[in-house]
Ligand binder design. Sequence first.
Ligand code: ADP
Ligand code: NI
Length: 218
Amino acid sequence: MMQLDLILEKTREHVRQLLAHDSAGHDWHHIDRVCRSALAIAREEGADVFVVELAALLHDIADWKFAGGDHHAGSKAARAWLEGLETPADTIQHVCDIIDQLSFKGAGVETPMSTLEGQCVQDADRLDAIGAIGIGRAFAYGGFKGRLMHDPAVPPQRHDSFEAYKKNAGPTLNHFYEKLLLLKDRMNTAAGKRLADARHRFMELYLEQFLAEWDGLR
Ligand code: ADP
Ligand code: NI
């Protein structure tokens, strides 16, 4: 078995190279931020920091959005990588379970996370989707997809299935109502909730200003 710190070091380098040039919301800096928040939450919650860091590092290496819709593309890629490093089998399974359960799948779809380690990573990933950074990432993703920022004629939708959520191609502002503003109430940990509250308030202020400017009021 490879030493645990060597597994982390090799994985960090692997992911940094894989995601160095991503411009669709999953660049290396997203991974780095999620790692740091997930570890901070994990220390507060008393979670296994090795599993948390490994899952945070590997959580976006193969996204279903870009893997022909294969929902297990991410965990398959993570498993292949970790097997190559002779990672203990129970750790591999735990990391793959976390990756499989991580994503938001629509307003009406529950996304329960079965372990404390997974809850730390899910909270950290969701924190990076809200607040100032989350706003930047949403507009960057919308630009990447060639979408309008806002279209008052297209109302936000409530997605009751993962299929409906995946098909959505509305303007970026709708994403705030369809996902980003819902994340605060879906946080798992006390630390996650605390951080999400502040970021949520910032998004609300931002949207208020955005919509006032849209109408030429401010
Ligand atoms: P995560 O890394 O949180 O799992 P995703 O893979 O769903 O997030 O998406 C990557 C980033 O792109 C996130 O910040 C997310 O909010 C944003 N994003 C995803 N779908 C949309 C969309 N339809 N419009 C705008 N931003 C989006
Ligand atoms: Ni992510």
